[in-house]
Design a protein around this ligand. Structure first.
Ligand code: ZN
Length: 85
C-alpha cells in the first residue's frame, strides 16, 4: 500500500494553525493544493492536533478556504462533541 502522506494534509480532529515566514531558501509543497510555496513568503504552519513533528507548510489562502477545525476551546469539549468520555 502506497501512502502519500508527505504531500497530503493528514486527517486530524483539529489543527494548530499559525502564521510563519522564514529566511530559509527552501520550497515546500502545500498539502492542500499541492503547489509549491516559498519559505520566504508569508504562509502558515499547520500542525495536526498540535503535533509539531507533523507540521506542514501551506498557503494562507488554501488554509482559509479549507476552513480547518481549530484547537478546541476547552479541554473536554471535543470529546463531548464526539461522544467519547
Ligand atoms: Zn496551497
Amino acid at each position: 500500500m502506497t501512502r502519500r502522506s508527505r504531500s497530503r494534509l493528514e486527517p486530524a480532529e483539529w489543527y494548530s494553525i499559525r502564521p510563519t515566514r522564514s529566511l530559509k531558501p527552501a520550497t515546500y509543497t502545500c498539502p492542500i493544493c499541492g503547489y509549491r510555496l516559498h519559505a520566504m513568503s508569508d504562509h502558515v504552519l499547520i500542525a495536526p492536533e498540535g503535533d509539531m513533528s507533523r507540521r506542514r507548510h501551506a498557503h494562507r489562502e488554501c488554509v482559509a478556504a479549507a476552513n480547518l477545525p481549530g484547537r478546541p476551546a476547552g479541554r473536554g469539549l471535543l470529546s463531548r462533541l464526539l461522544g467519547r468520555s
